[in-house]
Design a protein around this ligand. Structure first.
Ligand SMILES: C[S@@+](CC[C@H](N)C(=O)[O-])C[C@H]1O[C@@H](n2cnc3c(N)ncnc32)[C@H](O)[C@@H]1O
Length: 335
């Protein structure tokens, strides 16, 4: 099983758009109106504009990405519009049929490298992890969630086998004093796990990934974003998605398989689906991974996978979260 993405100790990778050459190749020729649902530092948006898109709508839930765009957007004039929002709403945000949608999932290097955002177990900062800089933070989750919920989050969103032990240690630690910083959480997690051997990832990698996914409701966002893209794309329009760990890739793979009529639903107890007609055709039969040169240049690209589908003319449908294989975790007071 592919592991979670390690944190890179260097800033070199900061503005290298992952798999961009592969995306442009699979989506060629680039034309019409594209929506980049994960603007970040704008690497994809710029590449699409430079490659021939008439317009790009750049969406990010993080106000920082929109602020940063002021520094590079001017030369593109009204070919680029910037919107703060989530890609689960991308059809509403676009307001018109699209020629392409591109999603580059997860956190940006900018977010990871800023200690004050609280995403990193390598830099001390407030236990925050909110991409949108609003709503409940990682500290809220870690200090208030029931032990069983914490364990489920760690297990289902981080594939952490020591989930119950870590959840128990978190609850014991917070009974003494609230857990408010990244390094304090990393220390609690690390004490529950064997010391890593050289070359192994930091013991807190899986737990930080899991908590970040929960705080930002990343899987629900992804399922809703894929459905919104299906509604927004013109016949012939392209959907390109880059994932960074196996849990995300599984959701995208299942979505494209079901929407292209290649697989019956995931729930073997449910009646067979009648809707096997394709709403997407697969452009990439298998996921595209970065080559060795790209991984050498940008270690954060190591686990990236690209999948591309082309919309057909059939009406959009919604695939249930269960059929996409989304783990269901009941969190009090959260959707
Ligand atoms: C990996 S970075 C994208 C990097 C970008 N492709 C580039 O070349 O600079 C992911 C970005 O997507 C944003 N993001 C993640 N989930 C989102 C969502 N559901 N809706 C909107 N933006 C999201 C994050 O805030 C982050 O800025």
């Amino acid at each position: 099983m592919q592991g979670p993405l390690p944190e890179s100790p260097s800033d070199d990778a900061a503005h290298v758009p992952v798999l961009i050459h592969a995306i442009l190749k699979e989506c060629a020729p680039i034309s019409g109106v594209w929506l980049d649902g994960t603007l970040g530092a704008g690497g994809y948006a710029r590449a699409f504009l430079d490659a021939g898109a008439a317009r790009v709508i750049g969406v990010d839930r993080d106000p920082l990405a929109l602020d940063m765009a002021k520094g590079w957007a001017a030369p593109y004039g009204d070919r680029l519009s910037l919107v703060q929002g989530t890609f689960s709403d991308l059809d509403t945000l676009a307001g018109k049929a699209l020629d392409g949608v591109v999603l580059d999932l997860g956190v940006s290097s900018m977010q990871l490298d800023q200690a004050t955002r609280g995403f990193s177990f390598m830099r001390d900062g407030p236990l925050d992890m909110r991409m949108s800089q609003s709503g409940p933070s990682a500290a809220d989750l870690v200090n208030t969630a029931e032990e069983s919920v914490l364990a489920d989050v760690l297990y289902h969103y981080g594939e952490e086998r020591a989930s119950r032990r870590i959840a128990h240690a978190i609850v014991a630690a917070r009974a003494l004093e609230p857990i408010t910083t990244t390094l304090r959480l990393a220390e609690i997690v690390s004490k529950c796990l064997p010391r890593p051997k050289p070359g192994q990832s930091h013991p807190a990698t899986r737990s930080f990934q899991a908590i970040r996914i929960a705080v930002n409701t990343e899987f629900a966002e992804l399922a809703e974003g894929l459905a919104a893209a299906e509604r927004a794309l013109k016949p012939g329009g392209l959907l390109a998605v880059v994932t960074f760990h196996s849990l995300e890739d599984r959701i995208v793979k299942r979505f494209l398989q079901l929407a292209s009529g290649l697989e019956s639903n995931a729930n073997r107890y449910a009646p067979a689906r009648a809707d096997t007609a394709a709403r997407f055709d697969l452009v990439t039969r298998k996921a595209v991974a970065p080559d060795e040169a790209e991984v050498a240049r940008n270690p954060r690209a190591r686990s990236a996978k690209l999948r591309v589908g082309r919309r057909t003319a059939l009406p959009a449908m919604t695939i249930s979260a269960a059929d996409l294989g989304l783990p269901e975790i009941r969190q009090k007071g959260r959707r």
